[in-house]
Ligand binder design. Structure first.
Ligand code: AMP
Length: 372
């Protein structure tokens, strides 16, 4: 359905696909602007359902539930990018979906993502699409080692990835990826991608919001540190030169414009020792590496997203403090009392009952205020 451009009035309802912590924080921001929220997700007791106005518990493929959901809301957005293609296509026939299905389709597939970045002049690590072990062996010979094999679809937090240190590791890596049970691509694209391993100086990410009128506002890049493939900290300002910061913000803004996206776009980059930026992946939704904006900026990623999807004007996302966002993963949540005693530590918990290893329980934004 063609997207309406008039702003949604307070009291309108934002439909959110997905019930995780990103949906929870989005629902909190929506409430601040006077909007109601309606979450659709298959899980019981989801973090977003604790704060949303309504929740429909249904599978993403349940067309009866989706039709009723579309009727009950004024606009639909999503908090994770593995929404099935058919779900987004179905909803777009019934209501306005922001960002549109096209952005989601590209972000769901590493090969499409890299092709897209190359097409708009943004560099990526060297890569090849591979469908068989023989193709993988050829790609390893072309790209060289070390390199990393990734499923094209449905990978996250390092899942569905295998590092190849020497050509003899090829068979093991292929078996590991097939063992990750990734499904072949529905439209015939490559099953996996092989990437050259980048000996990066650091990793950064940029989040931009793009409004219905095409205005783009970019947050500054955060410098990200991963532990066991899961984001551990995001620090701003990033310790990279001004040129890399500018290029990363410009590349992300360009990507959002080229996708004609309304909402948020996050892009993760490797920064090489020479200061070049290489796009790793993108997500058309709020991003964990943007949580620092909640306590250190004039506006935050969730507020900008609400503004964008509801047709409100975007504002300049100026930063007023240096900040480190620390994820509370699994047992990290036991350090809560120390953070609670620190007036510069802003604690955000996601309402998850059980602190399993690797599970994101919350995050803390520790501010380093600038004097004067
Ligand atoms: P991804 O799921 O692609 O974001 O990968 C998770 C993490 O693995 C990244 O944030 C990097 O720390 C590391 N990684 C992934 N791909 C590469 C690469 N081509 N070169 C170096 N490190 C990588």
């Amino acid at each position: 359905m063609a997207g309406a451009t008039a702003p949604l009035a307070p009291g309108a309802t934002i439909g959110i696909l997905g019930g995780g912590q990103l949906g929870r924080m989005l629902a909190l921001a929506a409430a601040q602007f006077g909007y109601k929220t309606h979450v659709l997700c298959p899980e019981a007791d989801s973090p977003a359902s604790h704060v949303a106005t309504n929740t429909t518990r249904a599978e993403y493929t349940d067309e009866k539930a989706l039709a009723a959901f579309a009727k009950a809301v004024d606009v639909v957005t999503y908090e994770f990018e593995n929404v099935p293609a058919a779900t987004a296509a179905f909803l777009e026939k019934h209501t306005t979906v922001r960002p549109s299905w096209r952005a989601l389709e590209i972000a769901q597939d590493r090969a499409k993502e890299k092709t897209f970045f190359t097409g708009i002049g943004v560099g990526t690590p060297p890569w090849r699409g591979v469908n068989t072990e023989a193709e993988l062996a050829r790609a390893v010979a072309e790209i060289g080692t070390p390199c990393v094999l990734k499923t094209a679809r449905l990978g996250y937090d390092g899942k569905g990835q295998a590092k190849i240190l020497k050509p003899q590791d090829t068979a093991t890596a292929w078996a590991a990826i097939v063992g990750a049970k990734a499904k072949p691509h529905p439209d015939g694209g490559p099953f996996a991608v092989l990437e050259g391993f980048v000996n990066f100086a650091c990793e950064i990410s940029v989040i931009v919001a793009r409004g219905v009128d095409g205005t783009v506002k970019a947050f500054e890049p955060a410098e990200n540190v991963h532990t066991n493939h899961i984001l551990d900290t995001s620090t701003v300002p990033a310790r990279v030169d001004a040129g890399a910061i500018e290029r990363a913000m410009a590349a992300t803004s360009l990507a959002a414009a080229k996708l004609d996206l309304v909402g948020l776009l996050a892009v993760e980059f490797f920064v090489t020792k020479r200061g070049d930026i290489l796009a790793n992946e993108m997500a058309p939704r709020p991003h964990n590496s943007g949580h620092w904006t909640m306590d250190a900026c004039a506006t935050d990623q969730f507020q900008q997203m609400v503004r964008a999807v509801c047709g409100l004007p975007l504002v300049e996302p100026s930063r007023f403090a240096n900040v480190t966002m620390k994820n509370l993963i699994g047992d990290d949540v036991n350090q809560l009392s120390a953070y609670l005693a620190d007036p510069h530590a802003h604690v955000h918990l996601y309402g998850k009952a059980e602190a399993r290893p690797g599970r994101k329980m919350g995050h803390v934004n520790v501010l380093r205020l600038q004097k004067g």
